[in-house]
Ligand binder design. Sequence first.
Ligand code: WT7
Length: 634
Amino acid sequence: MAGQNGDLQGDVFYPPEDIVKNANARDWEQMQKEAAEDLEGFWEAEAEKYHWFDKWDQVLDDSNPPFYKWFTGGKTNLAYNCLDVHVQNSNRNKLALIWEGENDEQRTFSYYALYRETCKFANILKALGVEKGDRVTLYMGPVPETVMAMLACARIGAIHSVVFAGFSKEALRERVEDSQSKVVITQDAGYRNGSEVPLKQTVDKAIRHVGFVENVLVVQRTGSEVHMEQGRDHWYHELAEMPIASRDCEAEEMDAEDMLYLLYTSGTTGKPKAIVHTTGGYMVGIATTLRYVFDLKPSDRFWCAADPGWVTGHSYIVYGPLLLGATNFMYEGAPTYPYPNRWWKMIEYYGLNILYTAPTAVRGLMKFGRAWPDRHNLSSLRLLGSVGEPINPEAWKWYHEVIGYEQCPIMDTWWQTETGGFMITPVPSMPLKPGSATKPFFGVEADVVNDDGESVDPDEEGYLVIKKPWPGMLRTLYKDEERFKETYWSKFEDQGWYLAGDSAKKDEDGYFWVIGRIDDVLNVAGHRLGTAEVESALVSHDAVAEAAVIGVPDDVKGNAIHAYVILTVGYEGTEDLTDELVEHVADELGPIAKPANVEAVDSLPKTRSGKIMRRVLRAKAMGEEVGDLSTMAD
Ligand code: WT7
């Protein structure tokens, strides 16, 4: 493929010449070739760019697959690399974090300031009895203290488990219990869409019957009235005034394979999986992907508009940009508050250079028309990014033209909570095809295969697999090695490949086109939800005897949830009841899981082995032919 720079020709966009010339990954074909030839050599050279207290003995230990280890024997600390390293060099007074609250409040932190605040936070955690290896749950929104709290955990070797602040008390309880967190960190409340989200109150309800939570640390954000339980709950700002909260806290020397964090994500069954990420490989994985894909330069102001509660926020708000010494921008609230120009206004005001968001957000803003972005000068933008689901051509074009002024390459990054960082993704020097996440990142070997593990022909659909280990990969599922092996490694056990759970195609040029999940996992506004989770939430209501949930295409959210329920005898499918069921699901799982539609039915289509035939329901919901019904019970 060859073409003019800066042009969209047919379905290929060729990056502008100055972007290619200045890119960290200028010669992507060469880098790809070299990394493929010497995988360990590639990652080792990247690892050398960070601080290690002790160097590794071995780059990759693959003696016990699928339990791969990276940089074994190496000792390092993520927070040390994010902060101390910069405090010791000329970045000391550089802005590490610019934050804007939904209420227009602004806070900025230099690297030195963030270092001091993180040390303080770490000392407070220590004073609350948190030790290396302990789990700490965070139930917080996008505020600077979330960054500090995560870095503070990493600094002292505690394992953070961040629960997205949109999750319900039930979801929070389950995650606190599963991780056995002794300490929970939260805020009084957060601002979202002009309202206060009562975070502390949800924590109170969630841990009411959880015996082992000894301390709750509360960051004051809105100043709203909250209940403080004597002996258990502490205001962060009060402890921060005490002598325990000194500004120095030595970073724990962590083994490369020591656990860094747990992050719960949805799977095929009802119980969320706790993805385990460790220290050394994860650090190298996210820093390297960010360096080459978003081409981060010391002068850049980078905005990853995700929530810190998702992996995107972990890797590319909290850790990645700080590892590279960039300036990070973080925004607390809704994209449309108070008006749909909020994002564009901030990009102009702060002169942000890179915007990384999800197709659902692009579509959500596109809906309001181009007059909103057109009021602002967005020419500071150099690169755009997309993650969470395939980006549809309309959204790609709008993003490219209206936001990127036809000059910004769009980095469509395919990855997962499990992979830690980008896996299939362009770098800015590559020709792009709208809707394709392009090619595997340097050192990543991905393929599309059939049931027998054979590569499928170009443009044919198959399983997306990863054939070689990579440093940022999940190490296991917390306390569930069996499920780890079963979920990701059993389908292609003989070959030793990782099953991503997505279906995909590869075209003649070797570009990957991800289609979607092959398991019963929905993608609602870029968030992963298991159909089984929503079904169990419905069934936990007295009125519901049985439930089946499907995703149907939605213009903005990707998937909208449609629920079919069989009611318990004595209940009637009135509008009040369906409204109540929708609210019930929100209570159980969080507002993101709200079904768009609940329909009472007399029976559900099932196979003779009792499996719900979701494709039949989907066809019905969309008014399509139901197809082959030979396996249906009746
Ligand atoms: C699933 C992972 C990784 C952070 C966001 C979601 C889908 C993700 C893309 C993309 C097509 C994508 C996949 C994947 N997905 N990025 N660029 N193109 N699909 O993380 O919640 O772990 O979900 O999101 O289906 O398996 P996650």
